[in-house]
Design a protein around this ligand. Structure first.
Ligand SMILES: Cc1cc2nc3c(=O)[nH]c(=O)nc-3n(C[C@H](O)[C@H](O)[C@H](O)COP(=O)(O)OP(=O)(O)OC[C@H]3O[C@@H](n4cnc5c(N)ncnc54)[C@H](O)[C@@H]3O)c2cc1C
Length: 502
């Protein structure tokens, strides 16, 4: 640590930490969900949320690029316990308003310590206690918190900085180079030539939003992505609303409809991939025009759904392309130049602004240094227990949501599981729970946490070696399959011999 910026010594000493039953790290969608479930299902347990940023919402307050919005529907991306009443795809301000209401309605805000970044967490088996060193950024000092159970809701990527590959000649470019995660809010792009590198959900959001005012915007992709253009409305919900059906029912019905449709799409992506692929490509042509060269621009070689299927509300990006305000180039970068990007094909793309929509830096457990009885924890050596707990690491849960289905569907499920586990410990009088392999688990093959055949997003592939492993039998499987886990997790046996209580 640079001594000039080093925080001053502790205000609260390690001997006198703020002590609660449960510490939740992160006040994004998952952290707020954890707090809600603790209040509802573990009445009487004290808890605090520690959040690096000055505000709540995580992803939805970090990202400020033009058009920022969800790419999955808010009936399933929102909570089971609070109806979503807006259009399916929502903007970041709409999501933040929803979360703000949750904090007020559930009286959760007073439990959050903002500007508190967790740096380290050490567990003592003797005291059955986690002790956390936390940087209070407002006061610029290290403070200490302690808890019996630690619930990591820190998301999956580093919020401070996005991932930009090291392209040759980047330093030669004389225009503005921007990663969407660090968006300069005063950026004026009126009439500017813009190139966006990447073709994921972020690029697909930025392009139609900027196309309205910039000179021209080009999506530069190495390889194409599947996009599903859909009207941004829920006709069934609208009908039910005119019939004065209660909002709670409408929310639940919409969730079930979305999950049912996604189940069919997921099934088809494995069993009927060619037909599904053709439908998606035909869907693109319907917006872009029959003569548009969908091959190579919107005709990926991978199976649909092997990466998250990016939704285009009302076909917004396709419309911008058809209008001529935006275009797509499928090529490879040779190098950056003073004026833009030279492509491997020899063509040069001129740009005033280059946006690198090239993804995230994965952060394993919020970049917190963990130790147990003084021994550093290497999560890559542990086995994920239902993708929630870790072998050998006591009293620690982690939220990693779904990658295809909305993230929150799993956050809700994990929250209910953790509360059940905490109540079970209480009933048994146990202070510590540690997942351990049974004798019969010792011959398990070591499999990556997310099977690249199943889902192969770049940010995961780059960091899989840092993640815990999964096995080939329960409870060591992390299937990323909502339809399987919705039955398995609520019914999980807490006395199956893999959870050791003390
Ligand atoms: C632009 C974008 C759009 C997305 N759209 C969707 C979508 O439509 N549907 C979907 O299912 N998923 C989407 N995702 C994935 C998305 O990140 C999650 O679905 C969801 O928002 C994650 O919520 P979270 O609370 O788990 O994590 P985050 O939103 O990442 O929040 C984690 C919080 O933890 C805090 N934190 C991290 N480390 C520490 C620490 N050491 N100490 C204290 N605090 C810490 C962070 O500051 C942050 O506030 C999107 C992701 C991005 C980047």
């Amino acid at each position: 640590m640079d001594m000039a910026t080093a925080p001053t010594p502790a205000r609260r000493s390690a001997a006198d930490p703020v002590h609660v039953d449960v510490l939740i790290v992160g006040a994004g969608i998952s952290g707020i969900d954890a707090a809600y479930h603790l209040q509802q299902q573990c009445t009487g347990k004290s808890f605090t949320l520690l959040e690096t940023q000055e505000t709540f919402g995580g992803t939805w307050s970090t990202h400020k690029y033009p058009g920022i919005r969800s790419d999955s529907d808010l009936n399933t991306f929102g909570y089971k316990w609070k109806p979503w009443k807006g259009v399916p795809i929502a903007t970041a301000p709409e999501i933040l308003k929803y979360l703000d209401e949750c904090l007020d309605e559930q009286d959760i805000r007073r439990h959050i310590r903002f500007s508190h970044e967790v740096k380290s967490a050490s567990f003592s088996r003797e005291d059955a206690l986690w002790t956390l060193e936390v940087h209070d950024r407002a006061a610029n000092e290290i403070v200490t918190f302690a808890c019996n159970f630690l619930w990591m809701c820190q998301g999956y990527y580093r919020h401070s900085e996005g991932y930009t590959p090291d392209f040759p000649g980047m330093e030669d470019f004389e225009g503005e180079l921007i990663h969407p995660q660090n968006w300069p809010e005063d950026l004026d792009y009126t009439d500017k030539e813009v190139v966006v590198i990447g073709s994921g959900a972020t690029a697909a959001t930025i392009i139609p939003a900027m196309a309205k005012t910039c000179g021209h915007i080009t999506m530069l992709q190495r390889s194409p992505t599947y996009f599903a253009a859909r009207p941004n409305r829920d006709e069934l919900a609208e009908t039910l609303r005119t019939l004065e059906v209660p909002e709670e029912w409408i929310h639940e019905i919409s969730r079930r409809r979305v999950l049912h449709e996604q189940k069919i799409i997921t099934h088809r992506s494995f069993n009927d991939a060619e037909a599904l692929r053709n439908e998606l490509i035909e869907g693109a042509k319907a917006y872009l025009g029959q003569d548009f060269p969908v091959d190579p621009h919107f005709s990926p070689s991978y199976r649909p759904w092997r990466q998250r299927l990016a939704l285009l509300p009302d076909g917004d990006m396709f419309r911008a392309i058809r209008k001529g305000n935006a275009s797509v180039v499928t090529d490879q970068i040779d190098r950056f130049t003073k004026d833009g990007i030279l492509l491997k094909s020899g063509k040069e793309l001129k740009a005033d602004i280059i946006i690198t929509a090239t993804g995230f830096n994965m952060s394993v457990m919020g970049d917190v240094a963990f130790s147990v009885d003084g021994e550093p924890v290497d999560f890559a050596k542990s086995w994920a227990h239902r993708g929630i707990l870790f072998s050998g690491v006591p009293n620690l849960a982690w939220v990693f949501g779904y990658l295809r289905t909305s993230w929150t569907m799993r956050a809700d499920m994990i929250a209910a599981f953790v509360c059940r586990l905490l109540n079970h410990m209480e009933e048994k009088g146990a202070k510590i729970v540690t997942p351990e392999l049974r004798e019969s688990d010792r011959d398990m093959p070591e499999l990556p946490l997310v099977d690249p055949e199943n889902f192969n997003a770049g940010y995961l592939t780059r960091s899989m070696h840092l993640m815990p492993k999964q096995g080939d039998r329960q409870p060591w499987i992390f299937s990323q399959d909502y339809y399987r886990e919705r039955d398995e997790i609520p019914a999980a046996d807490l006395e199956d011999g893999t959870l050791i209580y003390r």
